[in-house]
Design a protein around this ligand. Structure first.
Ligand code: ADP
Length: 257
């Protein structure tokens, strides 16, 4: 179980996450929905241990930044960060060794095959198209097969085949009992079987909905999203834009590592 309790993260004066709390039950699929700048990436980076924040995050009762917790957590970032001088296969083997995996060759073949990168094995990171980089990013994140996996906007930049394959893969992971948190700002992309949807806006959790809540109310997720965020979306976007400068300057300082 992943427990996020009262997490607050500020970038300078900008409150990116304000007292955020939610729980991921074992084996559940949770969608984190919200407009740009809602704080989705910030909470995911806090869970994975990349940021300093106030509050408490535990994985099966263990603090998230411990080695023990990190072994259980997996992360697929929104932006791939690949090595320009490593080939596709070298990226995968590097990760397999970093995670001290044994018998990983078959799993690498399976992932590269499913995400149509088998014929790109010898291509270098900087020779890949954006979509291919995104697919390699997915394969790298999925390779260690963690019990809890956090995916930040995983469908962005993927072609329709890769989107279909990823959705199939997510369903297989769900059946295998994995716990997943998937962020998106595109409601239409949430057409997979989810257990909970958390709607964030302006750094706060506005709603935590179960599938039964929606079915009981005879509404769509889109209806609920607009009910919850109505009238404030535009502000959230400009709020995000106004802090871009601050974002770059803080990133330059390496504050978030
Ligand atoms: P989302 O993932 O929902 O689009 P983010 O978590 O990326 O939202 O951003 C939440 C808020 O925090 C936004 O206002 C954004 O501009 C700000 N922010 C994100 N990263 C940084 C950063 N590194 N430095 C300063 N502000 C940031």
């Amino acid at each position: 179980m992943l427990e996020i309790q009262g997490v607050t993260k500020k970038y300078g004066k900008n409150l990116a996450c304000d007292n955020v709390s939610f729980t991921l039950e074992p084996g559940s699929l949770t969608v984190l929905l919200g407009p740009n700048g809602a704080g989705k990436s910030t909470i995911i980076k806090s869970i994975i241990g990349f940021l300093k924040y106030q509050g408490k995050i535990t994985v099966n009762g263990i603090p998230n930044k411990t080695t023990q917790a990190r072994k259980i957590l997996g992360y697929i970032p929104e932006m791939p960060s690949l090595y320009p001088n490593l080939t596709v296969i070298e990226h995968m083997e590097f990760i397999a060794r970093a995670y001290k995996m044994t018998n990983y060759k078959e799993r690498i073949e399976m992932l590269l095959d499913r995400f149509e990168l088998s014929d790109k094995k010898k291509k270098f990171g900087d020779e890949l198209s954006k979509g291919m980089q995104q697919k390699l990013n997915l394969c790298i994140g999925l390779l260690p097969d963690p019990d809890i996996i956090l995916m930040d906007e995983p469908l962005l930049g993927l072609d329709p085949h890769a989107i279909k394959e990823l959705k199939n893969y997510i369903e297989e992971m769900r059946q295998a009992g994995k716990t997943m948190l998937i962020s998106t700002h595109i409601i239409d992309s949430v057409d997979m079987i989810w257990d909970h949807t958390i709607i964030m806006q302006k750094g706060t959790v506005r709603a935590n909905i179960t599938r039964a809540d929606i079915e009981g109310a005879g509404k769509t997720l889109e209806d609920i999203f607009f009910e919850v965020t109505e009238g404030i979306d535009k502000d959230a976007v400009s709020h995000s834009e106004s802090t871009q400068e601050e974002a770059s300057s803080e990133q330059a300082k390496g504050e978030n590592k």
